[in-house]
Design a protein around this ligand. Structure first.
Ligand SMILES: *Cc1c(COP(=O)(O)O)cnc(C)c1O
Length: 391
């Protein structure tokens, strides 16, 4: 009888802690070496220079490749470095189709950098497959997705888009930062390249900036390897080690934070001062069914809308447990204000059209006790109410 493959809960531990064959160390050694002695004049070893390959970075690259079910992983100095390197696959005259509520840094790269190199783009509401189909052009080379998207957690049907992409000879890239392979494995659904800001859930402790890419096939892996070395935005050794350290608890962190996020979302939905809650774990969310079919959990990020900017300010003044900051995916809960943070560069009209109003707050639920978080939210909401009665 053959054994079942291990679950991800076990694999994050095994994959993130390969035993050092020379010493038996249960953690990957920090190989602080830029260059490598070649023992043979005619035959060089596996490593020659650390931009092209470093054993510590490679341990992380192998771990993420296995967890995502891809053929090869690549570690970069930031999520944007991973994303920007992936875009080097595009040439002058190529066209990229991209989710309209894509991460701000990706938006900037597409609209202010790639455009200067003759790479065309169209933003499209990827939650609607018909709109995706209509926007594909003969020169479309990449369809770029984020699901759930930021900050209103819109859901795209991954397999639906992959089918359209394949029928039209396009590659599919997917930014899996919000889900991680613990909750969603896009390569299993036919995606060609998975991208990550490992700064967020993968590392998980707000202590490192890092990016990862995982190629789903050998041809693409070869190209990304070439561009990683050519462009050179690799992850340093210490930071690779920190991401590996974070990965070991990925499963347990995602499970706990998602469970708390579900409780917080359900609570918020019942509150009078809250005009909307965006979370794919709520049956009221239009993408709930699609999300459920393609992932294991709704995840740890939600957003909710208060009446206006003043209410958001009051709420943030009173809340005690979460930090108020950009970023997400950490052990501590993080509240952010998209209108002034991630989406500050977007004109107000565009923001409102996407639901990113002046009252919207994004909540990345950490590892604090869910009931403590709810109590904190409840008293902060009632502080707004009190102020309104005084008026
Ligand atoms: C943060 C983030 C990025 C960018 O990653 P950095 O590590 O900050 O460069 C890309 N995509 C998503 C969804 C993110 O949240």
């Amino acid at each position: 009888m053959t054994n079942k493959p291990y679950t991800l809960q076990t694999r994050v531990i095994k994959d993130a802690s390969p035993i050092d064959p020379h010493t038996g160390a249960v953690n990957v050694p920090l190989h602080y070496s830029s260059t490598y002695h070649q023992f043979d004049f005619d035959q060089y070893g596996k490593y020659d220079y650390s931009r092209s390959g470093n054993p510590t970075r490679e341990a992380l690259e192998e771990a993420i490749a296995r967890l995502e079910g891809g053929v090869k992983g690549f570690a970069f100095s930031s999520g944007m470095a991973a994303i920007s390197t992936a875009f080097l696959l595009l040439s002058q005259g190529d066209h990229v189709l991209i989710s309209e509520d894509v991460y701000g840094g990706t938006y900037r790269m597409i609209t202010q950098v790639l455009n200067r190199f003759g790479i065309q783009h169209t933003f499209v509401d990827t939650t609607d497959l018909e709109k995706v189909a209509c926007a594909i052009r003969p020169n479309t080379k990449v369809i770029y997705l984020e699901t759930p998207s930021n900050p209103t957690l819109n859901i795209t049907d991954i397999q639906g888009v992959v089918k359209l992409a394949k029928a039209n000879g396009c590659l599919t890239f997917l930014d899996n930062t919000f889900m991680t392979p613990a909750l969603q494995r896009p390569i299993e659904l036919g995606v060609d390249l998975v991208l990550h800001s490992a700064t967020k859930f993968l590392a998980g402790h707000s202590d490192v900036v890092a990016g990862l890419a995982v190629a789903g096939n050998d041809g693409l892996a070869e190209q990304i390897a070439f561009f990683q070395n050519a462009f050179g935005a690799i992850l340093g050794v210490q930071d690779a080690w920190l991401v590996l350290r974070g990965l070991k608890t990925l499963h347990v962190r995602m499970k706990e934070s998602s469970c708390s996020a579900q409780k917080v979302a359900s609570f918020l939905q019942e509150q009078e001062g809250v005009s909307a809650v965006y979370y794919p774990g709520l049956s009221s969310h239009p993408g709930a069914a699609v999300h459920k079919a393609q992932s294991d959990s709704p995840g740890a990020v939600l957003s909710f809308e208060l009446k206006n900017r003043d209410d958001a300010r009051q709420f943030l003044k009173h809340i005690k447990i979460p930090v108020f900051a950009v970023s997400l995916g950490a052990v501590e809960s993080i509240l952010s204000y998209p209108a002034k943070m991630s989406h500050a560069a977007m004109p107000e009209e565009e923001r409102n059209k996407r639901g990113i109003t002046d009252g919207l707050l994004r909540f990345s639920v950490g590892l604090e006790n869910a009931d403590d978080l709810i109590q904190d939210i409840r008293s902060s909401l009632s502080a707004i109410d009190r102020k309104e009665k005084v008026r």
